[in-house]
Design a protein around this ligand. Structure first.
Ligand code: PEP
Ligand code: MG
Length: 823
């Protein structure tokens, strides 16, 4: 236990506000040699993002986790304010307990402090005492030793039936920060959560209650849950404890691709989901509703029902064609393509035949159709694959479209949005999102879905802040209640306090002002303060996006994902079609460079009409360049179209997923053969670096490639062995992990030695933190989604190359992704 001496107590202090009070207690800690003076600023900063008021007139200011290196020796200090200090909204504090803690050596003191909390009489006494020993004695009072029997392993009367025992890590006792992290996770679940530490029992959703446990490092705790989502709650909490709760706090969560806003941390509890689209939205919550479609179960004229079914399917196809054209006009061909795929579903004879069988059995067309498509969607969803689950959503969507035409009545028609809202839904289908009016949707939050779900993609393209995978708890939130949705951190705060709301509004204003300033400066080049230029280019999937990229300030296209031209259709695009598309892009780019990546199908990108054999392990199967080399019928027409388009503007070719030298040499030879056939001019040929073997062979590959572009999305998944689509691994699969950064460093060194340039086109290039580190590693081109361009350019213009180089070296030396983010 740490010592608390008289020199660390200040009696009868006076302060006119919270900042002064924190400075007083901070100075005590500095004078006692516990921390450097700069930690006081860190304590003040923490107050901006978290509330350290504990209750009953006591506050426990402490600094930000990232500033822990300013702590010299763990200690606490107490300033007594008999007249009181105003803390946040209306809280009057009499005892300010400043904490400078490297880890959890102060936990016993904290537990004593929380014991005092319930005891108003003691607080009053300590707030007025003239003897520092009173405070010292109460806070350092020895605590009850656990009896041998009262261990976590023994089931006790108050325990729930479902529980899990976990051990806290070294230096990871349940003190303020980890306990806050625990409570935030616990509050996402509806179940009651309790935590037992020896004979003490705590409410897992109450910070004070958890602190009272006094569980220090390596303590064994029992987490218990009772309720509808008890298993999920136990799993999430145990995983969080095993990962070290405090680390999570520091990491600031996985950064979204375009996130350049600060992570907002409000005092109120948050429902945490996965960040899907950056930005901050504040507005009333509105539940998304679909109408209830009522159909009769039976019908006595099967022939008539068959006609009704066939007519409804045809009518739905007409609707889909109209919708396709409308969305194409509004959001481009890539976004519209899904409705072509829906049309394909309706051509599936198996689906129609099964429904007809049911009609023959005496059922109505509506009932038969509903049974059939729901059964099929269930089967697909049960296959357990993230992508197939999204196909199941599509099936439901198109199934309902037909069903609506067969309905006897439609109940609870969803009202049109007439004022801006934060829309909350179980999940949104493509048809749902196509109907959304972006002007009325401030933010989106879905219970289901992952970062690659349809909702996430649409939200990003519409620049609407969004969270996905927030869990079923959001569906119980009251309609109309004010919410703060932070798309950068993935947190939804429902019914925030006035103080939180004020913080969120200020953050939103800052964010909007900054975005506006960045937008105005988006055409200025990204040159560091000491004169180093970084090329900032866009990732696109369609000709419309080429134009949008230019308008957003991109200096060209660093990655054209050509697979978008192949998706959601019934046959591959012809050479002519591809040529026309690429030519439209060079026209839009008007002399700016266009890097065309050859087809990267397989893995997470499936194309039904290619009838590719099912893969046991698609990310390790025939994907990317492997598929191109196996399917020259696809590869050669694409190369022909690219060489022809290269006559219309500065085009480069890039091969995806190169894992071996042989692949590169073979692919180049095929490209050269095509070029000769066309008598076309040579173009630069580069490769994606997204497989660890390519990094290790970068020197050899550089001899055959004109440039490298690091695909950090895949490189991270292969280096860390974490599926990039996995909803619960998404937070950990961080491209700023030192292992990934070291891989990029190796790539740059090998390329530089061979006189080649290196770009990055994975998501981290569009994260301003990532962009700075990548530039410092010697990456000279950053290619990102269009909304990130202005923010990244603005960020680079503020930095010096010398600084980012030093930053990159520090990042390379880090041990965890959280440490890198804390830099
Ligand atoms: C990557 O892997 O980082 C990349 C840019 O390619 P994609 O996301 O298309 O696989
Ligand atoms: Mg990739």
């Amino acid at each position: 236990m740490i010592k608390l001496g008289k020199e660390s107590i200040r009696l009868n202090a006076q302060a006119s506000n919270k900042t002064e009070a924190i400075r007083i207690v901070g100075s005590l800690l500095v004078d006692s040699g516990n921390m450097k003076p700069r930690y006081i600023e860190s304590m003040l900063l923490r107050e901006k993002v978290a509330n350290t008021y504990l209750g009953n007139g006591i506050a426990i200011p402490h600094g930000l986790p990232k500033d822990r290196d300013l702590i010299l020796d763990t200690g606490i200090a107490v300033a007594q304010f008999p007249a009181g200090v105003q803390w946040n909204s209306g809280e009057t504090v009499h005892l300010v307990v400043g904490i400078a803690a490297r880890s959890d050596e102060h936990i016993e003191l904290l537990a004593n402090l929380t014991d005092v909390l319930d005891d108003e009489e003691t607080v009053r006494r300590l707030a007025g005492t003239e003897d520092p020993m009173d405070i010292i004695a109460r806070l350092t009072q020895p605590r009850e030793e656990p009896s041998a029997l009262a261990t976590a392993a023994a089931v006790q009367a108050d325990d729930f039936a479902k529980w899990v025992d976990v051990a806290l890590g070294s230096g990871a006792g349940l003190h303020a920060r980890p306990a806050t992290a625990f409570v935030e996770i616990a509050k996402q679940f509806q179940s009651e959560i309790r935590v037992r530490h020896v004979s003490k029992l705590a409410n897992g959703k109450s910070l004070v209650s958890l602190l009272k446990l006094g569980a220090d490092e390596r303590a064994s705790i029992r987490i218990m849950a009772r309720g509808v989502d008890e298993d999920a709650a136990l799993q999430a909490l145990a995983a969080a404890v095993n990962h070290g709760l405090e680390d999570e706090d520091e990491s600031g969560h996985a950064a979204p691709e375009a996130g350049s806003g600060p992570i907002l941390t409000l005092a109120g509890s948050a429902i945490a989901g996965i960040s899907a689209s950056p930005g901050l939205a504040i507005g009333p919550l509105r539940h998304f509703r679909r109408e209830k479609i009522v159909v009769a179960v039976t019908a006595n004229d099967p022939a008539r029902e068959e006609i009704r079914l066939r007519q409804s399917i045809e009518a739905a196809k007409v609707q889909l064609r109209e919708l396709h054209d409308e969305v194409k006009e509004r959001s481009g061909a890539a976004r519209a393509a899904i409705f072509r795929a829906h049309e394909e579903f309706l051509d599936d004879p198996d689906l129609v035949d099964t429904a007809l069988e049911r009609i023959k059995g005496g059922h109505s067309a509506g009932w038969s159709w509903r049974e059939t498509f729901e059964e099929r969607a269930r089967d697909v969803a049960n296959l357990g694959d993230a992508l197939l689950r999204e196909r199941a959503v599509d099936l439901q969507d198109v199934g309902r479209r037909v069903l609506r035409l067969l309905a006897d009545t439609l109940e609870e028609e969803p009202g049109v949005l007439d004022s801006p809202v934060i829309l909350v839904a179980e999940d949104l289908s493509p048809s749902d999102t196509a109907k959304l009016d972006p002007a009325m949707v401030l933010g989106l939050c879905t219970a289901a879905g992952g970062p690659t779900s349809h909702t996430a993609i649409i939200a990003r393209s519409l620049d609407i802040p969004a969270i996905v995978g927030a869990g079923p708890a959001i569906l119980n939130q009251p309609e109309g209640g004010l919410c703060v949705l932070d798309g950068d951190s993935g947190n939804l705060y429902c019914e925030p306090s006035e103080a939180d709301l004020a913080l969120a509004r200020a953050a939103q204003e800052d964010w909007q002002a900054r975005r506006e300033a960045e937008r105005l400066a988006c055409y200025q080049p990204a040159i560091t303060t000491d004169g180093r230029r970084i090329e900032v280019v866009g990732n696109i999937g369609s000709a419309a996006e080429a134009q949008q990229a230019v308008d957003a300030g991109a200096e060209g296209v660093g990655l054209l994902r050509t697979e978008f031209l192949f998706l959601e259709r019934s046959a591959p695009p012809t050479e002519e079609e591809q040529f026309e598309t690429y030519r439209a892009m060079t026209k839009a780019l008007n002399g700016l460079p266009l890097i065309i990546r050859t087809l990267d199908i397989g893995g997470d990108k499936e194309v039904p009409y290619l009838s590719l054999p099912a893969e046991q392990n698609p990310f390790l199967g025939v994907r990317g360049i492997r598929l191109c080399l196996a399917r020259l019928d696809l590869f050669k027409p694409q190369l022909r179209a690219i060489y022809r388009a290269a006559e219309t503007g500065p085009v480069k070719i890039m091969f995806p997923m190169i894992a071996t030298l042989e692949e590169l040499i073979t692919a180049r030879a095929i490209a050269e053969e095509v070029r000769r056939e066309l008598h076309a001019r040579p173009v630069e040929i580069g490769i994606m670096i997204e497989v660890p073997s390519a990094v290790l062979m970068a020197t050899e590959l550089a001899a055959h490639a004109d440039f490298f572009s690091v695909g950090t999305n895949d490189l991270t998944q292969y280096v860390l062995a974490m599926d990039r689509l996995h909803p619960s691994l998404a937070r950990q699969a961080d491209a700023l992990h030192p292992a990934v950064l070291r891989m990029i460093d190796m790539t740059v060194k090998a390329a530089t030695a061979a006189g080649r340039w290196v770009g990055v086109c994975g998501g981290i290039a569009g994260d301003p933190k990532g962009a700075a580190i990548l530039a410092g590693l010697g990456v000279t081109e950053l290619s990102m989604s269009i909304p990130s361009v202005a923010a990244v350019k603005a960020r680079i213009r503020k930095l010096s190359f010398a600084d980012v180089e030093a930053l990159a070296q520090r990042a390379l030396a880090c041990k965890t992704a959280a440490e890198v983010r804390a830099l």
